[in-house]
Design a protein around this ligand. Structure first.
Ligand code: ADP
Ligand code: MG
Length: 699
């Protein structure tokens, strides 16, 4: 499958000199892009230095400056072996301008004598410091003879490290890896390359791992910028190819009659916001066109996406097709159903639910009705992907909370019908540059206007040391008829410990408020979880202790208090999502961010941001600033892009350029068969956008 010219890059790192099983294990921990099967040459090359030590300065001893790295040429004059085992071994070296003492702690005498033979000339590189008025150098980084000098890197890159790895080790391996980089045809446009003064791909990697000046490893230097651009371009090309594939052979115009949607709008207890109206209109236009719809609907929690989805579904049904709404969790799917059913009922839409819990005869009955076209709208979870789920004519797929799903799943649902229109909804506001990197040129609507009548949430930071006061406040709140969420965090990323923490908290709160506390977490059986949420909704247990299972989407308008325990352990976007569970009704809501000190700078900045704003877009930008793009998109679970070399802080402006570049290339050469196109196929493989390459093959 892969172009054989790239085989040396995808060879196992253990084929490099100096990489045995032990080093390979270290590399596995070090290299973020290494697959489970073990690190490869390409993973080594993709581990970019973050700085460099410049050893080019060659002063005489009299010219040394304390603290500045220097490489000097000197003759070995005297060895002073230590008198006690704790004293250092000293060697005095000199040039015509003066003398310098080299200091070695815990050194083997024999080793030093060999390294610095009396009367010989040596080149010594390190950082001089002043000690008692004279220069000394403690553990010089390099001591070499004339032959070694020829091989001494003038500029030494420094890398992000893990235990067991040193800069020297990583650099030695990277240099060995450089020798495996084949000469490849250039995939960037010649004029663009020249105007940006970018080196070629191979030359860029060489500058990075064998730098000639510190500028060669700078994040905004030509080498890293070129490679970052390559990566962004690969990503944009891949997104466009996926999209082109989804659109290919499309062209089913689905024009609504208004028959169903008018009845839904009449049944709504409120008027649509301006943003909702605009989004619905855009969706109707998309669906009415004979191109396939691929639209992202972004809107903060509580911004009213569900109604928009329902109206989109109504349009599909009016056009004679079926619609599906897919949620990431069972709770959410049920919640959607509960919200949609009354409205759908009023409009004569037939709705069904399909999750992992519908089994046996019940499931079979749903599937039959679906296939016979007796279900207009199917709401569910991943269960919708299963092979035996067959629609009579699926016209619209709505995918809620998209960042939990990957591209592949999106394609899977869309393939359950002919030319299915796709609406992706996300409650995680995504900064603008990231919309491009994650979704390419997907059409995009934002619900940037909250439904009226919401009172802002009063957010406060409280130390967990004041737990008694927090519990007291919760008590007063439930006296007054409020519902309280109490969220316990992930402990060490372990679900078991996580559940234990929630169970502990449940136990202690239940002692204070006997019989008034419920518990919901990821390990509960579906029915038990539902029951817990139901008792919370009914007010039987007005306190609900939960893990982050309530993170997405749950809608209990009566809930007005949110306590987040160990708030410092959550990410900003997650805190924002959690807080969005309250403030949904008319009542005034409170969110207590209970933190445990000592708080780091970033944790403090996160909590303060949250206290000071509830604008999801502001929070998303801040999140990007504090964490970097991978985590903002929650990419690890989702298959959203994870970049090896591109950093949005530094290379964000190139996203737009790569986006346009990809558009131009594919407009002229949609199957990548020209010379440049074929070179770009190599690029896609290097950055492992293989799914996109497969699409090319298939078509
Ligand atoms: P989201 O899915 O975007 O988080 P929902 O669709 O669940 O938000 O809507 C949150 C709440 O706001 C629901 O109770 C819904 O009925 C209500 N709502 C939606 N649109 C409006 C509107 N235009 N005016 C008033 N309330 C609305
Ligand atoms: Mg929702």
């Amino acid at each position: 499958m892969r172009d054989s010219r790239l085989d040396p890059l995808f060879a196992e790192a253990t084929t490099l000199q100096g990489v045995g099983p032990k080093v390979a294990k270290t590399l596995q921990r070090l290299l973020a892009s290494a697959p489970e099967e073990g690190p490869r040459v390409i993973d080594v090359l993709g581990h970019a230095p973050t700085g460099a030590i410049d050893r080019r300065a060659r002063p005489t001893i009299s010219e040394l400056v304390a603290g500045e790295v220097a490489t000097i040429e000197a003759v070995v004059e005297r060895h002073q072996a230590p008198r006690s085992s704790r004293a250092p071994y000293r060697v005095v070296v000199a040039d015509p301008t003066g003398a310098l003492t080299l200091v070695f702690f815990r050194a083997q005498g024999g080793y030093i004598e060999k390294l610095l033979p009396l009367g010989e000339t040596r080149w010594i590189s390190g950082t001089p410091e002043l000690f008692d008025g004279a220069f000394q150098m403690v553990h010089p980084a390099h001591v070499v003879d004339a032959e070694g000098l020829a091989k001494l890197p003038a500029v030494e890159p420094t890398y992000p490290l893990v235990e067991g790895a040193s800069h020297g080790l990583v650099n030695r391996i990277a240099r060995a890896a450089l020798e495996r980089v084949p000469e490849l045809p250039e995939w960037l446009d010649a004029a663009f390359l020249a105007s940006r003064e970018f080196p070629g791909f191979r030359a860029a990697l060489e500058r990075l791992h064998a730098p000639q000046s510190p500028g060669d490893v700078a994040p905004d230097g030509p080498a890293l910028t070129r490679l970052a651009y390559d990566e962004l371009l690969a990503n944009q090309l891949a997104l466009r190819l996926v999209r082109a594939r989804m659109r290919r052979g499309s062209g089913r115009a689905r024009v609504g009659t208004g028959r169903v949607s008018e009845r839904i709008e009449a049944a709504l207890p409120f008027a649509l916001t301006g943003a909702q109206t605009r989004a619905v209109a855009a969706i109707r236009d998309d669906m009415a066109s004979d191109e396939r719809m691929l639209r992202l609907l972004q809107g903060d929690v509580g911004s009213g996406k569900t109604v928009v989805a329902l109206l989109a579904a109504a349009t599909a049904v009016e056009a004679g097709a079926q619609a599906a709404i897919m949620a990431p969790t069972e709770i959410l799917a049920r919640q959607h159903l509960a919200t949609l059913e009354p409205l759908a009922g009023a409009a004569g839409l037939r709705v069904a639910l399909l999750t992992g819990r519908e089994k046996g005869r019940e499931r079979a009955a749903i599937l039959t009705r679906l296939e016979d076209g007796e279900v207009d709208l199917l709401v569910g979870t991943h269960a919708l992907f299963q092979d035996d789920v067959v629609f009579r004519d699926l016209g619209l797929a709505v995918v809620d909370e998209q960042h939990k799903f990957g591209v592949r799943q999106r394609l899977a649902l869309a393939s359950k019908g002919a030319a299915v229109d796709v609406l992706v909804m996300t409650a995680t506001p995504i900064p603008r540059t990231l919309v491009l990197t994650a979704f390419g040129d997907m059409e995009h609507s934002a619900l940037d206007e909250k439904p009226p009548g919401r009172t802002p949430i009063d957010t406060r930071l409280v130390s967990l040391e004041r737990l008694d006061e927090i519990v007291g406040a919760v008590g007063r709140a439930i006296e007054g008829g409020a519902r309280v969420y109490w969220v316990c965090p992930l402990v060490e990323q372990s679900e078991t410990l996580d559940v234990a923490a929630a169970e502990d908290r449940f136990g202690s709160l239940n002692q204070v408020f006997p019989g008034r506390v419920g518990l919901a977490h990821g390990k509960l059986k579906g029915a038990d979880k539902d029951a817990a949420v139901a008792r919370f909704v009914s007010g039987e247990t007005p306190i609900l202790v939960a893990t982050t299972v309530i993170e997405v989407g749950v809608n209990v308008p009566e809930a007005t208090v949110m306590v987040i325990e160990h708030a410092e352990r959550f990410g900003l976007a997650q805190l924002h999502q959690l807080r969005g569970r309250v403030g949904r009704g008319a009542g005034r809501s409170t969110c207590l961010l209970a933190w445990k000190g000592p708080l780091g700078e970033t944790a403090k900045a996160r909590l303060e941001t949250l206290r000071d704003t509830d604008d999801g877009f502001v929070i998303a930008e801040k999140d990007l600033e504090l964490r970097g793009e991978g985590e903002v998109l929650g990419s690890r679970q989702s298959g959203a892009p994870e970049f090896r070399l591109a950093r949005m802080e530094t290379h964000g402006a190139l996203v737009r350029v790569a986006h346009d570049d990809a558009g131009l290339v594919l407009a002229k050469d949609p199957h990548l068969t020209s010379d440049r196109g074929r070179a770009l196929r190599l690029l896609l493989q290097i950055f492992e956008r293989d799914a996109a390459v497969r699409l090319l093959r298939a078509g």
